[in-house]
Ligand binder design. Structure first.
Ligand code: PEP
Length: 254
């Protein structure tokens, strides 16, 4: 059912998105076990939110097979901007789509900081994702130093402007606000700071675009964060490696 929600956006009823970023974790047996755990839970319960898992590229085919028909979407963790070519070690958005992906995470801080990806690089990758028909989950967020210097809103604003090509729509774009200092640290932004930043992001992206929060979301803090009206879901790293924890977070979104 499509309803008009707050901020005048069209949204599928109850359509928060909870996405699991498995990062570089898991051999095939681990991927199968985790995906089976999720598929079993999906079979046994109704759910008011949309679920997505983003395994490493090596596990996409395996996980796609296990999740087939259970309603949990599949996504990549990164892609190259080009459709194909001499780019050793890379994967294109077309290849992800071919494996059954509907989403791709782009501009994660571990790519921006660990691989030196600029806003322009992220922007080109987003264009590649759209070319292949994928929804781009564009990650933005400030470092601890930037927040302490009062620069968080400015940094995120520049990232949004410079990383998202023209032509974005709420069907092709998801934004994930992930303060860098909160990723994998056990620290989370205050609900006040999350609400303020999400409102600012919502004002800068097309109406109806989902804005996820990411940064040490876990079963204990999920209800408080996902209960915020400005938060349209979560991007979950560490806790998505446990089917129990991921399901518990998904429950908080429903
Ligand atoms: C992430 O990788 O996007 C993330 C938010 O990780 P974690 O939940 O472990 O902080």
């Amino acid at each position: 059912m499509i309803v008009t929600g707050e901020r005048g956006r069209n949204m599928a009823f109850g359509s928060k998105l909870v996405a699991g970023n498995w990062k570089m974790h898991g051999l095939r047996a681990d991927g199968v076990a985790l995906a089976r755990g999720l598929a079993e839970r999906a079979a046994g319960a109704g759910r008011a939110c949309e679920l997505l898992v983003c395994p490493p590229a090596s596990l996409l085919t395996t996980v796609a097979g296990v999740l087939d028909g259970c309603g949990i979407a599949l996504g990549g963790q990164d892609c190259h901007a080009a459709a194909k070519g001499p780019y050793t070690g890379d994967i294109s958005a077309e290849m992800l789509a071919d494996l059954g992906c509907r989403y791709v995470i782009l501009g994660h801080s571990e790519r921006r900081h660990g691989h030196g990806e600029s806003d322009q690089v992220v922007r080109d990758k987003v264009a590649g994702a759209w070319r292949a028909g994928l929804v781009a989950i564009v990650c933005v967020g400030e470092t601890r130093q930037q927040r302490e210097a009062g620069e968080a809103a400015g940094v995120v604003s520049v990232q949004l402007t410079a990383s998202i090509p023209d032509g974005a729509t709420s069907d092709t774009l998801v934004v994930a606000y992930e303060p860098v200092w909160a990723i994998g640290t056990g620290l989370t932004a205050t609900t006040h700071d999350i609400a303020v930043m999400h409102a600012e992001i919502h004002a800068r992206v097309p109406a109806g675009t989902r804005v996820l929060y990411g940064g040490s979301v876990n079963p204990k803090n999920a209800a408080e964060i996902l209960g915020l009206a400005e938060v349209d879901g979560a991007l979950v790293g560490g806790a998505s490696l446990s089917a129990d924890d991921f399901w518990s977070i998904a429950g908080a979104a429903g």
